[in-house]
Ligand binder design. Structure first.
Ligand code: CDP
Ligand code: MG
Length: 140
């Protein structure tokens, strides 16, 4: 099934000059970039994005990290895009991420792990319109 998924190049990866390298992983896998921008979240906006994690011990620190500098949110489209993006990203903890994945290559630790990817269709349905209006994601 053709799906859309929300990815974010996180502040650590933007800081490392890895935006182009990370986009290349997705494009080389045949995924289509359907929307893309650079922006900076407030801590409150980062908390709203990660609202599902509000009870987790890392929630406040995560929101601080995600608002420390510019991020690059993007929408990717393709067959099984949600799972494929997760596979290309690698495990949350870079210590567990398979060699050749984005996180194995660019993550610093379990928090500063370079990229986000929606984990389900339900998450994608919340996360895509969180960042992109219809005008910012034109139908091709
Ligand atoms: O991003 P992913 O779906 O792989 O992991 P998550 O469990 O949904 O957690 C969201 C984000 O919270 C992670 O990508 C990390 O940046 C951060 N995190 C953390 O700081 N400490 C943890 N123990 C787990 C996650
Ligand atoms: Mg997640």
């Amino acid at each position: 099934m053709v799906q859309r998924t929300l990815s974010i190049i996180k502040p650590d990866a933007v800081q490392k000059n890895a935006v182009g390298a990370i986009l290349k992983y997705f494009e080389d896998a045949g995924l289509k970039i359907r929307a893309l921008k650079m922006m900076k979240l407030s801590t409150e906006e980062a908390k709203a994005f990660y609202i599902v994690h509000r009870e987790r011990p890392f929630y406040n620190e995560l929101a601080t990290f995600m608002s420390e500098g510019p991020i690059v949110p993007l929408v990717l489209e393709g067959e099984d895009a949600i799972k494929r993006v997760r596979d290309i990203m690698g495990a949350t903890n870079p210590k567990d991420a398979a060699p050749g994945t984005i996180r194995a290559t660019f993550a610093t630790n379990i928090e500063r792990n370079a990229v986000h990817g929606s984990d389900s269709e339900k998450s994608a349905a919340y996360e895509i319109p969180f960042f992109f209006s219809a005008l910012e994601m034109p139908e091709i």
